[in-house]
Design a binder for this molecule. Sequence first.
Ligand SMILES: [Zn+2]
Length: 267
Amino acid sequence: MNCPNGHGTMPLNKIKKKTVFRNEDISVAAEVHVCPVCKLEAGSVEQTAGLQKAIADAYRRKVGLLTGEDIRIQRKKACITQDELAERTGAGIASIKRWEGAHIQTESMDRLLRKALADQNHENDLSGCRAFSIDRVKLVLARFESCLGFRLLKKNDKMLFATKYLWYADMVAYRDLGRSMTGATYAALKYGPQLNNYRDLLTSIQESDTQKAEPLTTEEEALITKICRAFPTSRTAYNAAHKEPIWKNAPIGSIISYSSAIALREI
Ligand SMILES: [Zn+2]
């Protein structure tokens, strides 16, 4: 880049830019071309846009609003798209895109964004970032059966053993892949982790259709194989689950959250 005043090339400088934005003193680090002779500053279109975003974010940080990056990161953590966040806040998708960029949301919209993201995180903690699919429960169990070489889903079964495999599959998938396999919620019961409200689910699981389930990904299949190798018999899976602090420390009847999956010890 050359100085328009005829002083030759303008080297790229890292500067601390101080400005007043909406009556707030803002200071941001920026990269601009500066003429060594007349001190003229000039930036490329990208640099200028980057600077505007940096100022907007510095301002938002200063007045306690979520920054564009905060919104984007929390939305990703909440496993929702810009579309879904728009739906949950009643804002348009174009607005969500702008707020994740350099536009500044109002205080009331900031509260709505925070609430929607927090509610979603709470929901994810129960479902492991996936809508519950009973067909997928059956599909995952079928995969375990073929990998283990024995039946898990028996007639009138209370799934005392089947659930241990299912629980590990969901928890490990959430921990390692960021998403559970079935979206099931688990409760800490006396005989180990169990599907929440499992009595209501038993018949539906037996009657569900694996053809309707979203097929397992290669990564999911690999995880199931890994769990089969770690726990080759029902008893080993059962005993392992009973050694897990996230079950042992949970009050009987309480939900075992997916965020606790990082504390799994047996696999
Ligand atoms: Zn110059």
